[in-house]
Design a protein around this ligand. Structure first.
Ligand code: FA5
Length: 331
């Protein structure tokens, strides 16, 4: 009696047609509903057999329907995959390759130089304690760097490191001389203007040897050579300065790369650009880590300062905005 519907299901060749057939058979006003409605007119003694036969036929149709539906769905998916497939090898005529961020680019060049000069790379934690960031570096209580204005403090004498110099202390605590390391990494200060941001990057350098084996002239040589590697043919000048953790201390300038030392706005008409702090490690620092009969030098620089000079970027803050128009210039 239902063979007509079996045939319809078998011959359906798309899902919307199959849906129409489903409604015709299984819908509220469908053929099955009509058949079941006849039950009430069937004599009671035949009713059970009638219902049983109807249910068997209903199950047969349902199975047939589900099988057909699965087949058609699989065909449909296959067809869509064929139609919507994308040729990922197709060239769109435009190169969209990325580029190193100027800070990473500058940092890699700095690291390349020092690795070629046999320096190892050391890292330290961003969250430091007062001892490593200040005290062991001979930064007394009254030093302005300890001011709330400059440092992000946590409770219990913890803070965000304000420079990479604590890595000097950690390295000396865990090893013995000779030491020859650089330490690149993020540092944090409460600063925000054209040339200062709250997070920036420094590279620290530290060389420690048996007493008498390292001198200021070694420091002068390596920094001069390094600055010429980074900036080309520049003059390098060492000015006396002060850092609590070095004695003697120096600030290092290069001749202005914008005006070749003539004097311009960038160098405040001095002809010089300050790029580094350095000096011989102060004996109080060696005392704090229990070192005796050693000498050494240390230096520290701001990576963003180097990147701004090399790439002629006027506003440091633009380097942290993630604006693709800035990054696209460095492809
Ligand atoms: C120091 O931090 C010393 N620890 C460096 C040092 C190490 C000297 C070892 C001697 C021996 P200073 O505070 O000057 O020094 O910072 C070093 C460099 O970090 C600066 O020259 C500047 O380029 C950069 N710098 C400082 N503050 C910021 C800032 N807020 N944003 C970007 N760069 C900064």
């Amino acid at each position: 009696m239902f063979s007509k519907y079996e045939k319809l299901i078998n011959e359906a060749d798309d899902l919307s047609l199959l849906e129409q057939i489903r409604v015709e058979i299984f819908g509220k006003k469908g053929i099955l509903a009509k058949e079941f409605a006849k039950m009430k007119d069937i004599p009671e003694n035949e009713r059970k057999a009638f219902a049983k036969s109807l249910n068997i036929q209903k199950a047969t149709l349902a199975k047939l329907f589900e099988e057909k539906k699965a087949t058609l769905e699989a065909q449909e998916t296959k067809k869509r995959m064929r139609e919507e497939s994308i040729d990922v090898t197709l060239f769109n005529g435009r190169s969209t390759s990325g580029a190193l961020h100027p800070i990473n680019d500058t940092l890699s060049r700095i690291i390349d130089y020092f690795v070629s000069m046999n320096f190892a790379i050391e890292e330290g934690p961003f969250v430091e304690d007062d001892f490593h960031n200040f005290e062991a570096l001979n930064l007394p209580d009254y030093h302005p760097a300890r001011d709330m204005q400059d440092t992000f403090f946590f409770a219990d004498n913890y803070l965000l490191r304000t420079h990479t110099s604590p890595v000097q202390i950690r390295t000396m605590q865990r090893s013995r001389p000779p030491i020859r390391i650089i330490s690149p990494g993020s540092v944090f200060r409460r600063d925000f203007d054209l040339t200062h941001t709250p997070m920036f990057h420094q590279v620290e350098g530290l060389v420690v040897e048996e007493e008498g084996r390292v001198s200021f002239s070694n420091l002068k040589f390596i920094l001069e050579d390094f600055l010429k590697y980074m900036f080309g043919d520049v003059e390098v000048r060492f000015r006396p300065s002060f850092f609590p953790f070095t004695e003697p201390s120096t600030e290092v300038d290069i001749s202005c790369i914008f005006c070749q030392g003539e004097g311009c706005r960038v160098c405040s008409h001095t002809g010089w650009l300050e790029v580094l702090g350095a000096g011989m490690v102060d004996s109080n620092v060696f005392k704090a880590v229990g070192y005796e009969n050693v000498s050494g030098y240390a230096f520290g620089l701001g990576v963003e300062r180097f990147a701004m000079l090399i790439h002629k970027i006027p506003d440091l803050r633009s380097m942290f905005e993630g604006d693709l128009r800035l990054l696209e210039q460095f492809r």
